[in-house]
Design a protein. Structure first.
Length: 155
């Protein structure tokens, strides 16, 4: 109710986590250029990353080689209806390496983590270039790792 009251009449900003995520794997910190909304930092699994797709949560996070980037400022590219929207909330490593933006190259949240071991040297070079682009343009907000019993590969 206080949210609606604050929306209609204005109100004091709270320090509540706007994403609704709590727990030991996440903490508030960092800055996204505004003082009113902290960036979530922490460890993500494919399932928790999938929430940050521009639909379920306004933020857009994309993983590349285990690092999670906040690409919210690139909404026109990665947000709903953007040319790279399939990457939002996912590990985009394989798609970027293959220069493919098709949904087929994006791993599902409940599938095994992609180790990228079958990529060619040229594909790895392409991925290196994309990774450098993301490092230069977007803040890292966490790391991507497997969810126990879901994304782990059995050896």
């Amino acid at each position: 109710m206080s949210f609606i009251k604050n929306l209609l009449f204005g109100g004091v900003k709270t320090s509540e986590d706007p994403t609704g995520i709590t727990g030991d794997n996440f903490n508030n910190g960092g800055s996204n250029g505004t003082d009113d909304e902290p960036i979530v930092e922490g460890k993500f699994t494919p399932r928790t990353l999938s929430r940050f797709n521009g639909h379920d949560d306004e933020k857009i996070f994309i993983a590349i080689r285990g690092n999670v980037y906040d690409c919210t400022t690139g909404r026109q590219f990665y947000g709903p209806s953007g040319p790279y929207s399939n990457f939002a909330g996912h590990d985009a490593s394989r798609g970027l390496a293959l220069n493919s933006f098709e949904l087929e190259v994006v791993p599902d949240w409940d599938g095994p983590m992609d180790d990228l071991s079958d990529l060619t040297p040229q594909q790895l070079e392409s991925l290196d270039e994309w990774e450098q682009h993301f490092k230069n343009k977007y803040p890292v907000v966490g790391t991507l790792g497997p969810e126990q019993g879901v994304n782990e590969t059995v050896e």
